[in-house]
Design a protein around this ligand. Structure first.
Ligand SMILES: O=C(CO)[C@H](O)[C@H](O)COP(=O)(O)O
Ligand SMILES: [Fe+2]
Length: 232
């Protein structure tokens, strides 16, 4: 899975929060036809964030419909209680919030032990230094560029220095994902700062053709992803 993600950099990951749940099979077909290499599932519990989305049951049902890898972004207060459900649902990457689990080492290690990519997410107000001690136990750092809870919000450029810091300190091994308001106008700044996974909700699902929307994002980001990073 890590190899898959590294090979597909810049990775455009459609945020399923914005898809048409009334026609999920059609959405899966359109995403896969567009060759988007990673699904991003936003799980919200109405407690950690003021919104409720969907859970492992829906993800497991969709798992049967596509072989494209899944990353689940857990915006929930007690991720440790639910990680096994998301592994069983077929998620290849599990990302949870540092704000929910201030001592995340044990949970990151437990995720890795199951051969699943371990991701740690930080909110816009959380400094990079809070996550830094745990980076050796992470495969992926997700930097939120909106306050979590809703799709369609405006990108917060003030998070870009955190991405730069993470890339400088962690080197090329760490996958850095940016999530929230990523669009054609904002993606190149994220790529220049050092991100390699770009979560895209509105900037994919608001378009008629996901292939064209994805290719546009790749071309805006692509030239900034270093040649050594690509395919390494
Ligand atoms: O985690 C999220 C919100 O909490 C979503 O992944 C994110 O907002 C994606 O949607 P958009 O690209 O429209 O901002
Ligand atoms: Fe997300």
């Amino acid at each position: 899975m890590l190899q898959h993600l590294r090979q597909h950099r810049p990775v455009i990951a459609p945020s399923m929060l914005k898809c048409d749940f009334g026609n999920l099979q059609a959405e899966v077909d359109r995403i896969d036809a567009a060759n988007l290499p990673l699904y991003h599932w936003d799980v919200m519990d109405g407690h950690f964030v003021p919104n409720l989305s969907y859970g492992a049951m829906l993800i497991a049902a969709t798992r049967k419909r596509t072989s494209t890898p899944f990353d689940v972004h857990l915006m929930i207060s007690d991720p440790a209680a639910y990680v096994d459900e998301y592994v069983k649902a077929g998620c290849e990457a599990i990302t949870f919030h540092l704000e929910a689990v201030p001592e995340p080492r044990e949970l990151l290690q437990a995720i890795r032990k199951q051969d699943v990519v371990a991701g740690l997410a930080i909110n816009p107000n959380t400094p990079f230094e809070a996550a830094e001690p745990f980076l050796q136990d992470c495969d992926l750092l997700l930097v939120m560029s909106v306050n979590p809870g809703f799709g369609g919000q405006a990108f917060m450029p003030e998070v870009l220095p955190k991405i730069q810091q993470a890339r400088k300190i962690a080197g090329d091994e760490l996958l850095i994902s940016v999530d929230g308001g990523v669009a054609a106008e904002t993606i190149s700044d994220c790529a220049v700062a050092g991100a390699d996974i770009f979560v895209a909700g509105s900037s994919i699902f608001d378009h008629d053709d996901y292939g064209i929307a994805g290719a546009r994002l790749v071309s805006q980001a692509g030239s900034h992803v270093s040649a050594t990073a690509k395919g390494s």
